[in-house]
Ligand binder design. Structure first.
Ligand SMILES: Nc1ncnc2c1ncn2[C@@H]1O[C@H](COP(=O)(O)OP(=O)(O)O)[C@@H](O)[C@H]1O
Ligand SMILES: [Mg+2]
Length: 258
């Protein structure tokens, strides 16, 4: 039975898609899990763009408008163990999409993977709520600022009403500036625990330009370490970074790629 984890936030642009791409890659490459990541942000789909997948003949859109089976929309990514269900990048493919089918469709992935990560839409509209409903557990993404933290409060309440288990908050883009909320302030405001902090890291933006998750692009960057540690925490395993020698060998192309 796959664990189905929704990645959600009240506010947009806080790092949901970045988290899905990196957690998925980390769980598959570092911890050898069988993972499917799904773009449930149908109206503004980005996940495939983050992975350099520009053309997918069948997407979640066709599944949600009844024209295809979910299994037909699953694509292998070049990281062994990681597969992707993209949403369409085309406006015309929004026609006939019924997001209320999402739970039924996602349930069909139960026997296909160890972990399914759902990349949600921001806010509390139908798209985001369908993702919440389709999830067994939910990881909230926030930044260390009042608006994104306040929005999590409402999302948390809805999760509890729906019976979706909140895993806590991933506090992203942390710069440790004086004007940012502290971790304790975020926890007090949201009544949730911050299970990890991911620093503001230019390598995330560099990796985006190369359409590669940062954990593959630069596994030793500060953001990568946070994602790799979080992936371990989610499955109860400890992250053991590669030794200097192994990193050096990999640099020379003498060690096996993960
Ligand atoms: N830790 C980080 N450091 C720097 N930039 C980040 C970080 N996390 C995300 N970003 C950037 O912020 C932008 C929004 O992230 P994204 O994952 O698309 O947010 P969402 O899916 O919540 O809308 C992207 O350009 C992404 O590369
Ligand atoms: Mg997104």
């Amino acid at each position: 039975m796959a664990r189905i984890i929704g990645i959600l936030s009240g506010k947009g642009g806080v790092g949901k898609t970045t988290t899905v791409a990196n957690l998925g890659t980390a769980l598959a490459s570092q911890y050898k899990k069988n993972v499917i990541i799904v773009d449930c942000n149908i109206t503004t789909s980005h996940l495939s763009l983050y992975l350099g997948m520009y053309y997918s003949p069948v997407t979640l859109n066709q599944v949600l408008n009844g024209k295809a089976k979910i299994q037909e929309a699953i694509y292998d990514y070049h990281v062994p163990g990681l597969r992707v269900i993209p949403a369409s990048l085309s406006l015309k493919d929004l026609r006939g999409v019924d997001v209320s089918r999402l739970t039924r469709v996602i349930t069909k992935l139960s026997d296909e993977a160890d972990i399914v990560l759902l990349d949600g839409a921001p806010g509390m509209g139908r798209e985001a709520m369908s993702t919440m409903r389709a999830s067994d557990e939910v990881l909230f993404i926030s930044t260390p600022f009042v608006p994104s933290t306040m929005d999590i409060i409402k999302c948390h309440q809805v999760a509890l009403e729906m019976g979706t288990k909140p895993l806590g908050i991933l506090l992203n883009m942390v710069g440790k500036e004086r004007y940012e909320l502290t971790l304790e302030e975020v926890e007090q405001l949201s009544e949730l625990s911050v299970i990890t902090t991911v620093p503001m890291d230019k390598n995330v933006l560099r990796s985006l330009a190369l359409k590669t998750p940062v954990v593959s692009f630069d596994p030793n960057s500060p953001a990568s370490k946070a994602f790799l540690e979080l992936a371990g925490k989610l499955i109860g395993e400890k992250y053991v970074p590669d030794s200097f020698m192994k990193r050096f060998m990999r640099l020379l192309g003498l060690a096996r790629k993960k």
